[in-house]
Design a protein around this ligand. Structure first.
Ligand SMILES: Nc1ncnc2c1ncn2[C@@H]1O[C@H](COP(=O)(O)OP(=O)(O)O)[C@@H](O)[C@H]1O
Ligand SMILES: [Mg+2]
Length: 253
């Protein structure tokens, strides 16, 4: 079985700033893989490398057995053309802290947009799927609403539906609930839990330790560009082995 994501010695520098310092990890299909760590430790950078929004400086990164952003010939790597990168990215859904919905489009239009524009799907098919997805995230009756008419939690659920509309094989979540008022966090986590139960492979950067413990299959603690500790969320959270993990958890738990 291929790993859905495999990182081998992934490094990333911005100029002289060495941000990722050799990340090795594997995410299996259907796994909910949680990534925690202090601000600035490189979590977002790593997620962005997975869909080649950032180019890695060294190492190898594979999604579903395919090298991300490059083609290997012999022992040389050739960067893929923008079009080929876009094709790879299509299979990876990404949900950010900020929902980034198109403000001038209704919820339904937001979810319909990419399949029609990118996949050249018929509007009828795309709309039917969009409505199904909005139903699924509990917003079936809000399809005609504009983002400004929705709460932050509802907007984030539309953003999840929008990512799902491309039928991704992998979903990346970058602190999807950290911009939300506390009372709206639960409704977004519920949607993510439902996705997880449905077998979606997910990498979730989060500070929601309850979610990590209950839904996560693996948990990685990252600090200063390295994986400090990883394992089953229950083990890492209740019995951390490293000082840095202990110190971080004592601040967030
Ligand atoms: N495009 C960029 N150019 C320069 N430095 C960056 C860039 N993106 C991120 N960084 C730096 O990389 C470090 C890690 O950032 P980030 O991946 O956002 O951390 P995290 O998501 O864990 O908070 C930070 O010091 C940040 O300033
Ligand atoms: Mg971040």
């Amino acid at each position: 079985m291929n790993a859905m994501v495999k990182a081998e010695g992934v490094h990333k520098s911005f100029g002289s700033a060495h941000i990722l310092k050799g990340i090795d990890l594997e995410v299996n299909p259907r796994e909910v893989f949680c990534l925690i760590g202090p601000s600035g430790s490189g979590k977002s950078t790593f997620l962005r490398c997975i869909n080649h929004l950032e180019k890695i400086s060294a190492g190898r990164l594979y999604v579903d057995g395919t090298l991300v952003g490059y083609r290997q010939q012999g022992d040389k790597l050739y960067e893929l053309k923008e079009k080929e990168v876009a094709a790879q990215r299509r299979d990876i859904g990404m949900v950010f802290q900020r929902f980034n919905l198109f403000p001038h489009m209704t919820a339904l239009e937001n979810v319909t947009e990419a399949p029609v524009q990118v996949k050249r799907e018929s509007k009828t098919v795309a709309r039917e799927r969009a409505q199904r997805l909005l139903d699924r995230v509990g917003l079936g009756d809000k399809s005609g609403h504009y983002p400004s008419q929705l709460s932050g939690g509802q907007q984030q659920r539309v953003a999840i539906a929008r990512a799902l509309a491309m039928e991704p094989k992998l979903m990346l979540f970058d602190e999807p609930t950290s911009a939300l008022d506390p009372e709206l966090v639960g409704e977004v986590l519920d949607v993510m839990r439902d996705l997880a139960e449905d077998g979606m492979t997910m990498i979730v950067v989060t500070h929601e330790m309850g979610f990590a413990r209950e839904v996560g299959d693996s948990l990685v603690f990252m600090d200063d560009g390295v994986v400090v500790e990883s394992g089953h969320p229950r083990d890492v959270l209740t019995n951390p082995q490293h000082e840095r993990t202990k110190s971080f958890l004592s601040k967030v738990l």
